[in-house]
Design a protein around this ligand. Sequence first.
Ligand code: AMP
Ligand code: MG
Length: 348
Amino acid sequence: MKTELLIVDKNVDNLDIYPQITQAATFLKENEVVAFPTETVYGLGGNAKSDEAVLKIFEAKGRPSDNPLIIHISKKEQLNEFVKEIPATASILMEKFWPGPLTIIFQKKDGVLSDVATAGLETVAVRMPEHPLALALIDAAGLPIAAPSANRSGRPSPTTAMHVWEDLNGRVSAVVDGGPTGIGVESTVLDCTAEIPQILRPGGVTKEQIEAVIGEVKVDPALTNVQAAPKSPGMKYTHYAPDAPLFLVKGSRDFIQQLIAEKRHEGLKVGVLTTEENSDYYEADVVQVCGQRAQLETVATALYDSLRSFNKTDVDIIYGEMFRNDGVGHAIMNRLLKAAGHKIVEEL
Ligand code: AMP
Ligand code: MG
């Protein structure tokens, strides 16, 4: 398949009649799949009402079919077509955080959306992205758009069109290039079908921000287990992973440098994932700087590009610093733990 690269300046007026957007929307209406930027990461979109289109998304990504997709809309009114009811808490959150990086789970109306998109569940995950190109494209298509991140399954999510191209060239009809995304980690997934809403995936909107608006929210217990055993076997589900094994290190810079030195002594090429504050400190084969620890938003923005950049080097092993587990740090640590397959080395 030939993949069209459609370059669009997101600051142009009347984006929804911009030729490249019209072309991308035509692909969507014809049940083809198109990658496009959002404020979190690039998404791979398809008509959420069409099994044919949604199957193409799973196929292009190599995504397991039991993992449901988020449905993207450009207007709140679109919800009524496929959602049974909008709980009061959801209404308040939509008012406050839409458009934006908050995905809300609702009870689904039957027979409107593709069951492939929702993996046969009774619920549906929905969000309204805050990116002019995403909104213009969804508007121009006039459809709810199912869109997971536009990476091959298991790899770090794409934050530039180049990342998408590396993974999906030849597998999708078009890539809309609108420049780098901003936030860098995916949306927060919040289940609003329960009495007390529950965070299923930490992301761009923090627990603290949500609680400030609606009071108590729960966190899926599976997310809070950061205390994995040291050097736990890397046999758990890995995601967002660079090619070389990544070990997170709970300990001082000195300890990290000691680990690096040991591996280099064994003849291995060693990478380290660090932040601006510590970058001059390490002696390693590759020192990858990922934002500023003092400003965690910058770490989120740079995270996936940093993980991907190790694949352009010949490192055999990577050590990564850890981050505080609140605010946007919650999403960063969640992604890093998955990228590391929960392998943590702890300083004793
Ligand atoms: P991605 O599309 O890669 O950003 O991932 C979407 C995330 O939303 C995955 O973690 C899905 O498991 C989750 N998700 C989508 N739909 C639902 C749903 N109906 N219930 C619970 N989680 C969902
Ligand atoms: Mg993804």
